[in-house]
Design a protein around this ligand. Structure first.
Ligand SMILES: Cc1cc2nc3c(=O)[nH]c(=O)nc-3n(C[C@H](O)[C@H](O)[C@H](O)COP(=O)(O)OP(=O)(O)OC[C@H]3O[C@@H](n4cnc5c(N)ncnc54)[C@H](O)[C@@H]3O)c2cc1C
Length: 295
Protein backbone atom coordinates (compact mmCIF):
# COMPACT_ATOMS: atom_id res chain seq x y z
CA UNK A 1 0.00 0.00 0.00
CA UNK A 2 1.21 3.53 -0.80
CA UNK A 3 1.97 5.41 2.43
CA UNK A 4 1.93 9.12 3.21
CA UNK A 5 5.66 9.42 3.92
CA UNK A 6 6.00 13.18 4.61
CA UNK A 7 8.66 13.22 1.89
CA UNK A 8 8.28 13.97 -1.79
CA UNK A 9 10.72 11.43 -3.15
CA UNK A 10 10.92 12.56 -6.78
CA UNK A 11 12.34 15.75 -8.28
CA UNK A 12 10.23 18.28 -10.12
CA UNK A 13 10.44 21.81 -11.50
CA UNK A 14 8.28 24.39 -9.78
CA UNK A 15 6.73 27.18 -11.86
CA UNK A 16 4.75 30.17 -10.64
CA UNK A 17 3.44 31.94 -13.74
CA UNK A 18 1.94 35.43 -13.60
CA UNK A 19 -0.97 34.91 -15.98
CA UNK A 20 -3.51 32.26 -16.93
CA UNK A 21 -2.10 32.37 -20.47
CA UNK A 22 1.35 31.37 -19.17
CA UNK A 23 -0.23 28.52 -17.19
CA UNK A 24 -1.94 27.26 -20.33
CA UNK A 25 1.28 27.47 -22.32
CA UNK A 26 3.10 25.41 -19.71
CA UNK A 27 0.34 22.81 -19.60
CA UNK A 28 0.43 22.62 -23.38
CA UNK A 29 4.20 22.31 -23.45
CA UNK A 30 4.57 19.65 -20.76
CA UNK A 31 1.36 17.64 -21.24
CA UNK A 32 0.99 14.76 -18.78
CA UNK A 33 4.34 15.69 -17.13
CA UNK A 34 2.74 18.84 -15.66
CA UNK A 35 0.26 19.26 -12.85
CA UNK A 36 -1.48 22.39 -11.61
CA UNK A 37 -1.15 23.09 -7.92
CA UNK A 38 -3.66 25.44 -6.26
CA UNK A 39 -3.77 24.91 -2.47
CA UNK A 40 -1.82 21.65 -2.68
CA UNK A 41 -3.96 20.00 0.02
CA UNK A 42 -4.73 17.06 -2.27
CA UNK A 43 -1.81 17.16 -4.70
CA UNK A 44 1.01 17.30 -2.14
CA UNK A 45 -0.42 14.31 -0.27
CA UNK A 46 -0.69 12.41 -3.54
CA UNK A 47 2.92 13.29 -4.41
CA UNK A 48 4.17 12.22 -1.00
CA UNK A 49 2.39 8.90 -1.47
CA UNK A 50 3.89 8.49 -4.93
CA UNK A 51 0.43 8.42 -6.54
CA UNK A 52 1.37 11.41 -8.69
CA UNK A 53 4.87 12.17 -9.90
CA UNK A 54 4.69 15.28 -12.11
CA UNK A 55 7.99 16.62 -13.46
CA UNK A 56 6.48 20.13 -13.57
CA UNK A 57 4.29 21.67 -10.90
CA UNK A 58 2.48 24.81 -12.06
CA UNK A 59 1.36 27.01 -9.16
CA UNK A 60 -1.81 29.06 -9.78
CA UNK A 61 -2.17 30.41 -6.27
CA UNK A 62 -1.10 33.96 -6.98
CA UNK A 63 -3.40 34.41 -9.99
CA UNK A 64 -5.90 37.07 -8.95
CA UNK A 65 -7.87 36.41 -12.16
CA UNK A 66 -9.08 33.15 -10.59
CA UNK A 67 -10.33 34.79 -7.39
CA UNK A 68 -13.58 36.64 -7.96
CA UNK A 69 -17.34 36.51 -7.45
CA UNK A 70 -20.09 37.79 -9.70
CA UNK A 71 -23.64 38.13 -8.37
CA UNK A 72 -26.64 38.50 -10.66
CA UNK A 73 -28.86 36.28 -12.78
CA UNK A 74 -25.85 33.94 -12.97
CA UNK A 75 -23.68 33.49 -9.87
CA UNK A 76 -20.01 33.06 -10.76
CA UNK A 77 -17.24 31.86 -8.45
CA UNK A 78 -13.59 32.03 -9.49
CA UNK A 79 -12.05 28.55 -9.21
CA UNK A 80 -9.04 29.91 -7.30
CA UNK A 81 -11.08 31.15 -4.32
CA UNK A 82 -10.09 29.31 -1.18
CA UNK A 83 -12.61 27.53 1.04
CA UNK A 84 -12.59 30.28 3.65
CA UNK A 85 -13.38 32.98 1.13
CA UNK A 86 -16.26 30.97 -0.43
CA UNK A 87 -17.65 30.14 3.00
CA UNK A 88 -17.58 33.79 4.05
CA UNK A 89 -19.07 34.90 0.74
CA UNK A 90 -22.10 32.62 1.13
CA UNK A 91 -22.46 32.91 4.91
CA UNK A 92 -25.74 34.86 4.77
CA UNK A 93 -27.10 33.42 1.56
CA UNK A 94 -30.13 31.30 2.51
CA UNK A 95 -30.66 29.61 -0.92
CA UNK A 96 -26.97 28.60 -1.02
CA UNK A 97 -26.88 27.47 2.59
CA UNK A 98 -25.83 23.98 1.48
CA UNK A 99 -22.56 25.25 0.00
CA UNK A 100 -21.81 27.25 3.13
CA UNK A 101 -22.51 24.25 5.39
CA UNK A 102 -20.45 21.93 3.18
CA UNK A 103 -17.38 24.12 3.53
CA UNK A 104 -18.07 24.79 7.21
CA UNK A 105 -17.96 21.01 7.73
CA UNK A 106 -14.36 20.92 6.50
CA UNK A 107 -13.49 22.79 9.63
CA UNK A 108 -9.68 22.78 9.77
CA UNK A 109 -8.12 26.23 9.62
CA UNK A 110 -5.17 25.21 7.44
CA UNK A 111 -7.34 23.38 4.91
CA UNK A 112 -9.88 26.21 4.79
CA UNK A 113 -7.09 28.69 4.08
CA UNK A 114 -5.22 26.61 1.50
CA UNK A 115 -7.80 24.41 -0.26
CA UNK A 116 -9.65 25.92 -3.22
CA UNK A 117 -13.09 25.24 -4.63
CA UNK A 118 -11.56 24.58 -8.07
CA UNK A 119 -9.12 22.07 -6.58
CA UNK A 120 -11.94 20.32 -4.73
CA UNK A 121 -13.83 19.70 -7.98
CA UNK A 122 -10.81 19.13 -10.28
CA UNK A 123 -9.36 16.49 -7.96
CA UNK A 124 -12.27 14.26 -8.96
CA UNK A 125 -13.05 12.65 -5.62
CA UNK A 126 -16.59 11.38 -4.96
CA UNK A 127 -16.08 12.73 -1.43
CA UNK A 128 -15.48 16.34 -2.48
CA UNK A 129 -17.75 18.25 -0.12
CA UNK A 130 -18.55 21.17 -2.43
CA UNK A 131 -19.83 18.90 -5.21
CA UNK A 132 -23.22 17.85 -3.74
CA UNK A 133 -24.56 21.37 -2.98
CA UNK A 134 -23.30 22.63 -6.34
CA UNK A 135 -24.99 19.69 -8.07
CA UNK A 136 -28.30 20.69 -6.46
CA UNK A 137 -27.85 24.16 -8.07
CA UNK A 138 -27.28 22.55 -11.51
CA UNK A 139 -23.86 24.21 -11.51
CA UNK A 140 -21.56 24.42 -14.51
CA UNK A 141 -17.77 24.64 -14.66
CA UNK A 142 -15.68 26.58 -17.15
CA UNK A 143 -12.64 24.77 -18.56
CA UNK A 144 -10.03 26.69 -20.50
CA UNK A 145 -7.13 25.55 -22.69
CA UNK A 146 -4.97 27.42 -25.19
CA UNK A 147 -7.29 26.38 -27.98
CA UNK A 148 -10.75 26.18 -26.40
CA UNK A 149 -13.11 27.29 -23.69
CA UNK A 150 -15.96 25.02 -22.70
CA UNK A 151 -18.74 25.22 -20.14
CA UNK A 152 -19.87 21.82 -18.95
CA UNK A 153 -22.49 20.75 -16.45
CA UNK A 154 -20.92 19.77 -13.15
CA UNK A 155 -22.89 16.50 -13.32
CA UNK A 156 -20.78 15.59 -16.37
CA UNK A 157 -17.40 16.53 -14.85
CA UNK A 158 -16.82 13.39 -12.78
CA UNK A 159 -16.74 10.17 -14.77
CA UNK A 160 -15.29 7.64 -12.35
CA UNK A 161 -13.50 7.32 -9.05
CA UNK A 162 -10.99 10.23 -8.98
CA UNK A 163 -11.57 10.74 -12.71
CA UNK A 164 -12.86 13.80 -14.55
CA UNK A 165 -13.36 14.74 -18.20
CA UNK A 166 -10.74 17.47 -17.87
CA UNK A 167 -7.89 17.33 -20.39
CA UNK A 168 -4.26 17.59 -19.26
CA UNK A 169 -3.99 21.02 -20.88
CA UNK A 170 -7.13 22.50 -19.28
CA UNK A 171 -7.57 24.70 -16.25
CA UNK A 172 -10.85 25.16 -14.41
CA UNK A 173 -11.43 28.89 -14.18
CA UNK A 174 -14.98 29.24 -12.89
CA UNK A 175 -17.95 27.58 -11.24
CA UNK A 176 -21.32 29.11 -12.07
CA UNK A 177 -25.04 28.55 -11.61
CA UNK A 178 -28.29 30.40 -12.22
CA UNK A 179 -29.51 32.45 -9.27
CA UNK A 180 -31.85 30.28 -7.21
CA UNK A 181 -35.58 31.11 -7.08
CA UNK A 182 -37.34 32.83 -4.19
CA UNK A 183 -38.40 30.68 -1.26
CA UNK A 184 -35.45 28.38 -1.78
CA UNK A 185 -33.18 27.13 0.98
CA UNK A 186 -30.65 24.36 1.37
CA UNK A 187 -28.77 22.22 3.84
CA UNK A 188 -25.78 19.89 3.89
CA UNK A 189 -25.41 16.85 6.13
CA UNK A 190 -22.15 14.96 6.58
CA UNK A 191 -21.08 11.87 8.48
CA UNK A 192 -17.39 11.33 9.07
CA UNK A 193 -15.27 9.31 11.51
CA UNK A 194 -14.55 12.40 13.57
CA UNK A 195 -15.60 16.03 13.19
CA UNK A 196 -14.20 17.83 10.11
CA UNK A 197 -12.84 14.62 8.58
CA UNK A 198 -13.21 13.34 5.00
CA UNK A 199 -16.78 12.14 4.64
CA UNK A 200 -18.23 8.66 4.95
CA UNK A 201 -21.42 9.91 3.32
CA UNK A 202 -22.90 13.35 2.60
CA UNK A 203 -26.28 14.68 1.52
CA UNK A 204 -27.14 18.12 0.13
CA UNK A 205 -30.74 19.24 -0.23
CA UNK A 206 -32.01 22.39 -1.94
CA UNK A 207 -35.74 22.98 -1.60
CA UNK A 208 -38.06 25.48 -3.26
CA UNK A 209 -41.33 25.91 -1.46
CA UNK A 210 -44.71 27.34 -2.35
CA UNK A 211 -46.57 27.46 0.98
CA UNK A 212 -47.16 23.76 1.76
CA UNK A 213 -46.21 22.52 -1.69
CA UNK A 214 -42.69 21.38 -2.45
CA UNK A 215 -42.03 22.98 -5.84
CA UNK A 216 -38.61 21.38 -6.15
CA UNK A 217 -36.42 19.21 -4.00
CA UNK A 218 -32.95 18.74 -5.47
CA UNK A 219 -30.94 16.05 -3.70
CA UNK A 220 -27.26 15.22 -4.20
CA UNK A 221 -24.99 12.78 -2.42
CA UNK A 222 -21.26 12.50 -1.84
CA UNK A 223 -19.26 9.31 -1.11
CA UNK A 224 -22.37 7.48 -2.23
CA UNK A 225 -21.15 6.24 -5.63
CA UNK A 226 -17.95 6.43 -7.71
CA UNK A 227 -18.93 10.04 -8.53
CA UNK A 228 -20.91 12.72 -6.69
CA UNK A 229 -24.53 12.07 -7.72
CA UNK A 230 -28.09 13.42 -7.85
CA UNK A 231 -31.04 11.25 -6.75
CA UNK A 232 -33.58 11.92 -9.55
CA UNK A 233 -36.14 9.27 -8.57
CA UNK A 234 -36.26 10.50 -4.96
CA UNK A 235 -36.55 14.08 -6.22
CA UNK A 236 -39.55 13.16 -8.37
CA UNK A 237 -41.43 11.80 -5.32
CA UNK A 238 -41.38 15.23 -3.66
CA UNK A 239 -41.67 17.50 -6.66
CA UNK A 240 -44.96 19.42 -6.88
CA UNK A 241 -46.57 17.65 -3.94
CA UNK A 242 -47.94 19.01 -0.66
CA UNK A 243 -45.57 18.16 2.15
CA UNK A 244 -46.46 15.32 4.50
CA UNK A 245 -44.50 13.17 6.92
CA UNK A 246 -45.30 10.12 4.76
CA UNK A 247 -43.91 11.86 1.66
CA UNK A 248 -40.70 12.62 3.55
CA UNK A 249 -40.40 8.99 4.68
CA UNK A 250 -41.01 7.67 1.15
CA UNK A 251 -38.44 10.06 -0.32
CA UNK A 252 -35.86 9.22 2.33
CA UNK A 253 -36.27 5.49 1.68
CA UNK A 254 -35.73 6.09 -2.04
CA UNK A 255 -32.59 8.17 -1.40
CA UNK A 256 -31.18 5.15 0.46
CA UNK A 257 -32.11 2.84 -2.42
CA UNK A 258 -30.71 5.14 -5.07
CA UNK A 259 -27.12 5.40 -3.88
CA UNK A 260 -24.48 3.07 -5.27
CA UNK A 261 -21.61 2.99 -2.77
CA UNK A 262 -18.61 0.69 -3.14
CA UNK A 263 -18.76 -2.51 -1.12
CA UNK A 264 -15.28 -1.90 0.30
CA UNK A 265 -13.58 0.73 2.41
CA UNK A 266 -14.25 1.91 5.91
CA UNK A 267 -18.02 2.14 5.64
CA UNK A 268 -20.48 -0.63 4.76
CA UNK A 269 -23.11 -0.25 2.05
CA UNK A 270 -25.89 -0.95 4.58
CA UNK A 271 -24.64 1.77 6.92
CA UNK A 272 -24.54 4.30 4.11
CA UNK A 273 -28.03 3.41 2.87
CA UNK A 274 -29.61 3.74 6.31
CA UNK A 275 -27.60 6.76 7.32
CA UNK A 276 -28.23 8.74 4.15
CA UNK A 277 -32.00 8.37 4.58
CA UNK A 278 -31.80 9.86 8.07
CA UNK A 279 -29.44 12.60 6.87
CA UNK A 280 -31.78 13.49 4.03
CA UNK A 281 -34.69 13.89 6.45
CA UNK A 282 -32.65 16.09 8.79
CA UNK A 283 -31.39 18.26 5.93
CA UNK A 284 -34.79 18.50 4.28
CA UNK A 285 -36.52 19.62 7.48
CA UNK A 286 -33.98 22.39 8.05
CA UNK A 287 -34.16 23.57 4.45
CA UNK A 288 -37.97 23.38 4.34
CA UNK A 289 -38.31 25.56 7.40
CA UNK A 290 -35.87 28.16 6.04
CA UNK A 291 -37.50 28.19 2.60
CA UNK A 292 -40.83 29.14 4.12
CA UNK A 293 -39.62 32.52 5.37
CA UNK A 294 -40.20 35.83 3.61
CA UNK A 295 -37.22 36.11 1.20
C1 LIG B 1 -6.20 17.46 6.44
C2 LIG B 1 -7.10 17.51 5.23
C3 LIG B 1 -8.47 17.53 5.43
C4 LIG B 1 -9.33 17.58 4.33
N1 LIG B 1 -10.68 17.60 4.56
C5 LIG B 1 -11.52 17.67 3.49
C6 LIG B 1 -12.92 17.67 3.71
O1 LIG B 1 -13.42 17.64 4.83
N2 LIG B 1 -13.72 17.76 2.60
C7 LIG B 1 -13.21 17.80 1.33
O2 LIG B 1 -13.99 17.88 0.37
N3 LIG B 1 -11.88 17.77 1.11
C8 LIG B 1 -11.03 17.71 2.16
N4 LIG B 1 -9.68 17.65 1.94
C9 LIG B 1 -9.18 17.59 0.56
C10 LIG B 1 -8.74 18.93 -0.04
O3 LIG B 1 -8.49 19.89 0.94
C11 LIG B 1 -9.79 19.52 -1.00
O4 LIG B 1 -10.15 18.59 -2.01
C12 LIG B 1 -9.31 20.83 -1.65
O5 LIG B 1 -10.41 21.51 -2.17
C13 LIG B 1 -8.29 20.66 -2.75
O6 LIG B 1 -8.03 21.94 -3.27
P1 LIG B 1 -6.55 22.44 -3.49
O7 LIG B 1 -6.64 23.83 -3.97
O8 LIG B 1 -5.70 22.20 -2.30
O9 LIG B 1 -6.15 21.46 -4.69
P2 LIG B 1 -4.68 20.91 -5.09
O10 LIG B 1 -4.25 19.91 -4.09
O11 LIG B 1 -3.78 22.04 -5.40
O12 LIG B 1 -5.09 20.19 -6.46
C14 LIG B 1 -5.92 19.05 -6.45
C15 LIG B 1 -6.05 18.55 -7.90
O13 LIG B 1 -6.80 19.46 -8.67
C16 LIG B 1 -6.01 20.01 -9.74
N5 LIG B 1 -6.36 21.42 -9.78
C17 LIG B 1 -6.43 22.30 -8.74
N6 LIG B 1 -6.94 23.47 -9.14
C18 LIG B 1 -7.20 23.35 -10.46
C19 LIG B 1 -7.76 24.21 -11.44
N7 LIG B 1 -8.19 25.45 -11.16
N8 LIG B 1 -7.90 23.75 -12.71
C20 LIG B 1 -7.49 22.49 -13.03
N9 LIG B 1 -6.97 21.62 -12.15
C21 LIG B 1 -6.83 22.05 -10.88
C22 LIG B 1 -4.57 19.71 -9.38
O14 LIG B 1 -3.76 19.55 -10.54
C23 LIG B 1 -4.71 18.40 -8.62
O15 LIG B 1 -4.84 17.33 -9.50
C24 LIG B 1 -8.79 17.61 3.02
C25 LIG B 1 -7.40 17.60 2.83
C26 LIG B 1 -6.56 17.54 3.92
C27 LIG B 1 -5.09 17.54 3.70
Amino acid sequence: MKMNTRIISHEFDYHAPDTIREVLEMLDQHGSDAKIIAGGTDLITQMKMGKRTPSHVVDIRKLKDLRYYVEGAVIKIGAGNNFRSVMEHFANNVPCRGLYEAIYSIGKTQVLNMGTIGGNLSNGSPKADTAPPLLTYNARVKLLSLKSERLIDLKDLHVGYNKTVMEENEIMTEIQFDALPKNTAGAFEKKARVGSDISKITCAVTVTRDNDVCRNCNIALGAAAPVPMRAPVAESIMKGRPFSDQLLEDTALQVGREINPPAYGRTSVEYRREMVAVMFKDGFKRAWEQAGGDK
